[in-house]
Every structure is written in C-alpha cells, then in structure tokens.
Design a protein around this ligand. Structure first.
Ligand SMILES: *Cc1c(COP(=O)(O)O)cnc(C)c1O
Length: 416
C-alpha cells in the first residue's frame, strides 16, 4: 500500500483516484492535462523522519519508498538506482566563479543516466497494471534505460527512437533485447507514433510527460541532495540547482523533490532551479523570457541530443519549476557545451554527455546575465554519462600524439 491519495490535473485541477485513470486528465487531453501524484504527507511525515533516514542501510532510491507510488514493493528491480555521489569540486567552482560547486553524478546509474530513476518506477507500474509489454519514445536515454529495466524484470519492451539517436544508446537498446523501431523522422513524430501504438496494442506507456508516475522517480535526486545536506547548517544548503531541460520532466521532478523535503520539515530552505537549454532548441527559455505560452520550435539544431526537444511534452510542470523556485532559464551554444565536457572532466574527473554537462555552460551564462552571483553555491546535476556519446567527446578534445615505440620519440615529442 502506498501513500498516494490521488492524481490532480495541472490544467483544470480536477482530482482523480489513481485507480480510475492511467495517464492524463480525460477532460484536458494529453497535451495539457498532465497529472500530478498527490500523497498523504501527514502520514508520510510519521514514517519518513530524519532519524529513520539516517539509520536506513538501503543506499538506493527505495529508501524513499513512502514518497513513491509503489503498490507492490515485492516487484522492485534488483538494479541499483540512485544514492549517487555528490562531490564538492573547488576547482570547478573557481572555473565557474562561484563560491561552492557540487556535482551530482547521475551517470553512475545502471544504464548510465538519470532516466533510470524514472524507468525503475515505470516497469513496476506496468507490472502492477498487468501489462504485457511496455513502450516509450525517446531521444536515447529514456529508451536505453527502459530497455535495461524491462530486461531486469523480464518485461518485453518496444521502443521508438528518432533516427538521430547516438549509436551507443541504440547499442544499449539492442543488447537489452528491446524491440527497436528507428523512426525515420523527428523525436516528436516518434513520440506521437508511440502514443498511438500504445493505445492500439494496449502496451504500458512509459513516456514521462503523460505518465504521472515517472516524475516521482525523478524527484528522488532532490530527496537525496536534501539528505546529503542534513548535517550542514541552513546557510550551506545550495542556492541553485542546475539541470538540462528537454521535455521538462527532469526539472519538474527535481523541483517536486525539494518541495516535498521542505514540506516534510527535512529541508530548511529550497534552492532556486536553473534550467539549461541549447540555443538551437530553446522553447522553455523563449517562453520564460517573453512570459508567453509554449511556442514549439523545430527539432533542435544541437549536438546535445538528449535535450533536442522542439515540442516539450511537460511544458507546464517544467515552467512551474523555475517560476515557483524563483529560478531562471538560460540557453547555451553548442561550442560552450563541448567546452563544458572538458571543463567538467578536467576539474571534477566526471565524464558527462553533452546534455549532462550543459549545466556547466549554463552556470557561466547565468552568471553573465546576473542571475547567479559569485557568492552563490550551486549543485550541478550531470544527467548522463559521457561514454554514451563519444563522438561529441572526440570533437571536444582533439587527437592523440602518434609516436614510434622508442624513448627517443617520447623525448622528442615532449620537447614539442
Ligand atoms: C532526458 C535528459 C535530459 C532532460 O530531461 P527532460 O525530462 O526531457 O527535460 C537531460 N539530460 C539527459 C542526459 C537526458 O537524458
């Protein structure tokens, strides 16, 4: 039994029993009628206390089970998700010109990205609903993550990827045994096709924007960050948390997690959220700057494939995260993203994929625009592992020095 008391539509505020709807608000439809999972926080505050957490030997996202929409905990996957390290990196802080900088390395999750937090919930919801197959459309990481978790549970998966998905991510899908459709079109087209197929064939749909439960997994990153500051005085709690934004589900989850820890009395102050997009594809930034509604743009012209989303499917929640936290949205150029890959790797020893490191460039941009000040502390969530896209890493770095196998050659090369 979970502590979920219902689902609420973010558009019309109508509430539903979780047994009565699967995905989105039937009145508002899936473009706008995204649901939010509601919990009985009063009851949760009695079971999820600081002492309880500090004594809990489970070092994974399941330590937050009371805050998760799981009805059948016996279905939990054996894969280890979450409780990723939070590193303090002074050299990165000085490179960025901020007081303190922490790196939350999400590339350490089982399939190498933050998406594992969501997939680990998705496969359980599918099994609770007795679905025979699970599906999603993804630019890459949600797909490879779903494939891994479906494999771990013995649940068949059908996955729709746009043709531009990087090879390493597609390799992950295939090795985990998913059925993969490479849609000769954009991510948006792959997404709509997946929606239709899931309706037609009765497959459980993991698409994070329409499936209210997935964000619940994503929020655990903030439950962890909050907990990783338990022993620190309030003034040490970071001023900003920085994350790259595509559909808007990740940033929405990040914000929900902090709000919940605050509400439960487990976090004294909530950070501001900085959402980072690529200049080639920045619908959130444009809408936030101009205070307008979503104007979908063409599929992104950016090498950060994980955030090349022209039509964000979780616009409302993604926007609320920044508005409610008094944060900001910024866009960065691809060359700055490439530079971020080397900056992060060489100051922190953490290798992130382009979207994963975009926050580094985002912090610099936010400083330039006066949103972040040099006395601020920031947490950078590195959402994906760099090995997922070595092509970009190679563009960012350059080549090796070729030498003959002799010490003379080394000596000569050192002189150059
Ligand atoms: C999916 C993803 C994001 C963005 O998440 P959205 O929910 O689409 O906003 C950022 N970084 C990486 C590495 C991702 O895979």
């Amino acid at each position: 039994m979970s502590y979920v008391i219902g689902l609420r539509c973010v558009k019309c505020s109508k509430e539903f029993l979780s047994s009565s709807v699967d995905y989105y608000c039937p009145d508002c439809g899936y473009h706008e009628g995204i649901l939010d999972v509601l919990y009985d926080y009063e009851k949760i505050s009695r079971v999820l206390t600081k002492e309880k957490l500090q004594n809990d030997s489970n070092r994974s996202l399941w330590r937050y089970l009371p805050l998760l929409p799981i009805e059948q905990p016996e279905l939990l996957s054996h894969l280890h998700v979450g409780w990723t390290p939070l590193y303090e990196v002074p050299r990165l802080a000085s490179a960025l010109g901020v007081q303190t900088c922490y790196v939350k390395d999400e590339g350490r999750n089982p399939t190498g990205s933050f998406k594992d937090r969501a997939s680990s919930i998705g496969v359980i919801k599918a099994q609770e609903k007795k679905a025979e197959r699970i599906t999603c459309a993804s630019t890459g990481n949600a797909a490879s993550s779903l494939a891994g978790f479906a494999a771990s549970q013995g649940l068949p998966a059908t996955i729709f990827v746009p043709q531009r998905a990087p090879e390493a991510k597609v390799a992950q899908l295939l090795i985990f045994g998913a059925q993969v459709f490479s849609v000769q079109g954009t991510y948006d087209q792959a997404w709509e096709l997946c929606m239709e197929a899931s309706r037609q064939f009765g497959w459980y749909n993991r698409n994070c924007a329409i499936n209210p439960y997935l964000i619940e997994g994503k929020k655990t990153v903030s439950l962890e960050i909050a907990e990783q500051f338990f022993d620190q005085p309030a003034e040490k709690i970071p001023d900003w948390v920085v994350v790259a934004v595509g559909d808007g589900c990740t940033i929405a989850g990040v914000w929900k997690g902090f709000k919940e820890m605050h509400q439960l009395g487990l976090l004294q102050k909530v950070p501001k959220i900085l959402g980072v997009q690529a200049e080639g594809c920045q619908p959130f930034v444009t809408a936030w700057k101009n205070k307008t509604d979503l104007q979908p743009c063409l599929e992104g012209d950016t090498l950060a494939d994980s955030i090349a989303v022209g039509y964000p499917r979780n616009f409302y929640k993604g926007m609320q995260a920044v508005l409610e936290s008094c944060g900001a949205y910024v866009a960065v150029q691809d060359e700055d993203i490439l530079r971020s890959m080397t900056t992060l790797a060489r100051t922190a020893g953490v290798f992130g994929e382009p979207a994963g490191v975009a926050g580094v460039a985002g912090i610099l941009k936010a400083k330039k625009l006066g949103f972040i000040s040099s006395t601020d502390s920031v947490v950078l969530i590195v959402t994906g592992n760099g090995l997922k896209d070595i092509h970009s890493a190679i563009i960012a770095t350059g080549s090796t020095t070729k030498i003959e196998p002799t010490l003379e050659a080394v000596t000569a090369a050192l002189k150059q």
